[in-house]
Design a protein around this ligand. Structure first.
Ligand code: FPP
Length: 244
């Protein structure tokens, strides 16, 4: 359990913010445009929000770009999103690198196009020494899928005699997750007025604070992120304990 913050200190903002970027499709439809137009506008917001992080004290930003369930969308939308990810990585790599952003991807890469996986690996490799902001992009990510994949790896280590089942505790499983090098999210935000978690970081967000805002993702601004970070700072997080 993390240590309780000292009540005598000024409120701290969230160190790790995770965002479910929802509402791109509705934003585009409201303008009479195809859904992909909304995803392109959403990608621009990612840029602005990443840039706002250092000033807000947000060291870790994790964004839900494509879920294990998103394959159920039309072939046109899925192909359009995959092409957007490829182009986004190719276009943004230089700036992300020079702005001190370390990029990681979480999710199952097996179902992704090998060309996209190469670009993802290249961006991770290129930015691996950066430390100003840690941006994690969840791509073909589902929390249950992640836990199942982690369990498979853990079971393999048990079968090979590398791990004693008696030694398995919460931190052991945490060490097999895609997010093993990241701290847990402090604040999870979902845009577009839906109050659902949709299989995002279920294990990691056990003690997170949640904010559900009506704004559609392409309209989400650094100012709104700032407001939500300040709200967070005013909350009293007890992690199950009682304040003396
Ligand atoms: C949800 O909106 C959004 C997505 C499934 C895709 C998120 C992708 C981006 C913001 C594109 C850029 C990301 C990166 C990392 C370059 P929705 O389509 O479900 O919207 P709706 O609920 O209004 O239909």
């Amino acid at each position: 359990m993390p240590a309780l913050p000292d009540p005598g200190q000024p409120p701290l903002g969230p160190r790790h913010v995770a965002i479910i970027m929802d509402g791109n499709g509705r934003w585009a439809q409201a303008r009479g445009r195809p859904r992909l137009f909304g995803h392109h506008a959403g990608a621009k917001r990612v840029r602005d929000v990443v840039r706002a992080c250092p000033e807000l004290g947000v060291k870790y930003l994790t964004i839900f770009a494509f879920s294990t369930e998103n394959w159920k969308r039309t072939q046109v939308e899925v192909a359009g999103l995959m092409s957007l990810f490829r182009r986004y990585i190719a276009k943004e790599t230089k700036d992300l690198f020079s702005e001190g952003v370390r990029v990681r991807f979480i999710g199952d890469r097996d179902r992704l196009d090998p060309k996209l996986v190469d670009l993802m690996r290249g961006l991770e490799e290129m930015t691996k020494e950066n430390d100003l902001v840690h941006l994690t992009v969840a791509l073909n990510y589902g929390s249950r899928d992640e836990v199942a994949r982690a369990t498979k790896l853990l079971a393999r280590d048990v079968a090979q005699g590398k791990l004693d089942p008696e030694d398995v505790d919460e931190s052991t499983l945490t060490g097999y997750l895609d997010t093993r090098v990241l701290p847990d999210p402090d604040l999870v935000i979902r845009t577009s007025g839906e109050a659902r978690i949709s299989n995002f970081l279920l294990w990691q967000s056990a003690y997170a604070e949640y904010e559900f805002v009506d704004t559609l993702w392409p309209d989400f601004s650094p100012e709104e992120l700032g407001r939500l970070c300040r709200n967070y700072g005013a909350r009293d997080r007890r992690f199950g304990a009682v304040r003396a």
